[in-house]
Design a protein around this ligand. Structure first.
Ligand code: PEP
Length: 250
């Protein structure tokens, strides 16, 4: 069975005191036992966040990391640095990293390798642009992103992988893929894993949907067979909205 997961990507929002305040609010809430809840604060607030949730089921994860283990890479953060502040999971391949920081599939494959070598869990993001969908190319785009960025890993490494389908046209736009569109792509991704690896791996892999998930639409999206949870941007910045999404599983 795939795990139910809701992960909040805070992006470049929340300074230290805002991070602590939001976590304090979240910690007052009861997290359903069958849902893994993760939050991804900025690098500067990871340690404070980790300390804040030490005795709590919320996991603190990173939004990005560098592909090299160490060295002269000014401004970058390594897997070992993340692990040293309690981070065990990293988001790789977010569309904002792909688009604004020129992260190619090849680079993402290197980042995946580094994360796996460091025994970290990876949330690997894929998603098509609006033009791809308008041209009917969405399945080909996702297939290529999977093949070039992820499908080189071994069977055993899949226990460290969570997938996130995030159509670029739905991120931060208020536009959401319909539950039907989400289900269709999640099934495509699961089938692709089954074809390349095995039915067992495909069945056990959590596939999250991301793109303007809100309390008002989460229930309908999470109810779809192949949707195992969400990667949440804007709505993860408000404790009430994030909790409503965490509680949106049937
Ligand atoms: C995201 O950036 O991963 C995301 C899904 O953002 P939003 O929920 O704001 O669309």
């Amino acid at each position: 069975m795939p795990r139910k997961i809701v992960a909040g990507n805070w992006k470049m929002n929340n300074d230290l005191s805002e991070t602590e305040t939001l976590l304090k609010e979240l910690k007052k809430q009861v997290i359903p036992e069958d849902v893994s809840v993760m939050v991804a604060p900025s690098f500067t607030n990871l340690y404070a966040a980790f300390e804040s949730v030490r005795e709590h089921p919320i996991q603190v994860i990173a939004q990005n990391m560098h592909q090299s283990t160490k060295g002269a890479f000014t401004g970058e953060v390594s897997a070992a640095m993340l692990k040293s502040v309690g981070v065990k999971t990293v988001i790789i391949g977010h569309s904002e990293r792909r688009a604004y920081f020129n992260e190619t599939d090849e680079l993402l494959a290197e980042k995946v390798n580094t994360a796996l070598e460091n025994e970290m869990q990876v949330i690997f993001c894929v998603g098509e642009e609006l033009s791809d969908r308008e041209n009917g190319d969405q399945f080909e785009v996702i297939q290529n992103q999977l093949e070039n960025g992820l499908f080189h890993i071994s069977n055993d490494s899949w226990s460290q992988i969570i997938l996130a389908y995030e159509p670029v046209w739905a991120i931060g736009t208020g536009e959401t893929a319909s539950p039907k569109q989400a289900q269709e792509m999640h099934k495509f991704i699961r089938d692709a894993i089954a074809k390349h690896y095995s039915e067992r791996i495909a069945k056990e892999t959590s596939i999250l949907y991301g793109g303007s998930v809100k309390p008002a639409n989460a229930k309908e999206i999470f109810a779809k067979k192949d949707v195992d949870g969400g990667l949440i941007g804007g709505a993860a910045l408000k404790a009430g909205d994030f909790m409503a999404i965490i509680n949106a599983f049937e």
